[in-house]
Design a protein around this ligand. Structure first.
Ligand SMILES: NC(=O)c1ccc[n+]([C@@H]2O[C@H](COP(=O)([O-])OP(=O)(O)OC[C@H]3O[C@@H](n4cnc5c(N)ncnc54)[C@H](OP(=O)(O)O)[C@@H]3O)[C@@H](O)[C@H]2O)c1
Length: 288
């Protein structure tokens, strides 16, 4: 029976993996979060992995406070970077497969065509730099797959969808940036994709090719478009007003364009990815 260890399982993606895991029999899932496995502790990480002997590790643990990371870059780097090394140092040279999550914020957003995995990276923020450090540490292990994702949301945890729903219910109008373009990702779709990959590899239907992969939902939008769709679906009358990034106070700089080309993951693992609007409607039904 394959043993799958999940870190950071109380977060958005971790919770969605818990939901999806119920459809996968014959796997032994070990869900952990900082209270049971703090990946910044080298000793604890090493002991836990050596004892549980996972065949797969999915690292959902992360520091995701993009603005706050500017004032605590060391903490971001510790959780998103050094802690990844704690994992790969234990599994290096072993058969254990490692799925690590990264971010579209490793790109600088100067492109105007979707980024592919080979494009140069140049993070604009402390958060982006910490995620890039994590990628490098993940790649120290041969059996690592890095999935860069973007604008993650879920019915679990805190995210843009929930923030807009809350603010739109309280206010008559809301200002949202219209000049940052990307693609939202429903964490439930990403969890499903990860389990499709793992089960396909375990059943020898496909080979796991290590390296970097982009994954988001299909389609393209701005945060403004996303907010409009959320309020429309919720039937809220709050007016969403477009503002330029320069007039919107955010500590960290974000890429103006971070749409990702997903051909590699789709072709390698035969994935079909839903459009962001379709998935948003699904998530919002759960939130009602
Ligand atoms: N959220 C996004 O918009 C976004 C965008 C692009 C990429 N990603 C990446 O996608 C992945 C999943 O993101 P997510 O939104 O599911 O994250 P999340 O909801 O923030 O969950 C992360 C989890 O990791 C836990 N954690 C923090 N420090 C830890 C430690 N030292 N040891 C073990 N667990 C620890 C957190 O606990 P606490 O809550 O107690 O800190 C939380 O439960 C992450 O790699 C993230 O960087 C996310």
């Amino acid at each position: 029976m394959a043993i799958i260890l999940i870190t950071g399982a109380k977060g958005q993606l971790g919770n969605e993996l818990k939901v999806v895991s119920k459809n996968y029999y014959g796997y032994d899932f070990i869900f952990t979060d900082i209270d049971s496995l703090d990946i910044t502790s080298q000793e604890q990480t090493s002991e836990f992995i050596k004892k549980s002997k996972p065949d797969w590790i999915i690292n959902c643990a992360a520091y995701n406070l993009v603005d706050k990371a500017e004032s605590e870059p060391d903490k971001a780097l510790l959780i998103n970077g050094t802690a990844v090394k704690n994992i790969t140092e234990v599994i290096r040279g072993s058969e254990c497969r490692f799925i690590h999550l990264s971010s579209d914020y490793v790109y600088d957003g100067k492109s105007n065509v979707p980024y592919n995995e080979g494009d140069p990276v140049n993070p604009l923020s402390a958060y982006g730099r910490s995620k890039l450090a994590g990628e490098k540490y993940a790649l120290l292990h041969q059996g690592s797959m890095i999935i860069r994702t973007s604008w993650l949301y879920s019915s679990f945890g805190n995210n843009f969808v929930k923030t807009i729903l809350r603010l739109a219910a309280e206010k008559e109008s809301l200002k949202v940036v219209f000049d940052q373009t990307g693609t939202p990702t429903y964490a439930a779709d990403l969890a499903e994709a990860i389990m499709n990959i793992i089960s396909g590899v375990i059943r020898n239907q496909m080979a796991m090719n290590s390296g970097i992969y982009n994954y988001s939902n299909e389609g393209v939008c701005t945060w403004y478009d996303f907010a409009c769709e959320i309020t429309k679906e919720a039937g809220l009358t709050c007016q969403v007003l477009p503002v330029p990034t320069k007039d919107y106070k955010q500590t960290a700089q974000r890429p103006a364009y971070s749409v990702m080309d997903k051909s590699k993951i789709k072709e390698n693992y035969w994935l079909s990815i839903p459009h962001w609007r379709t998935s948003l409607i699904k998530c919002m039904k759960l939130l009602k």
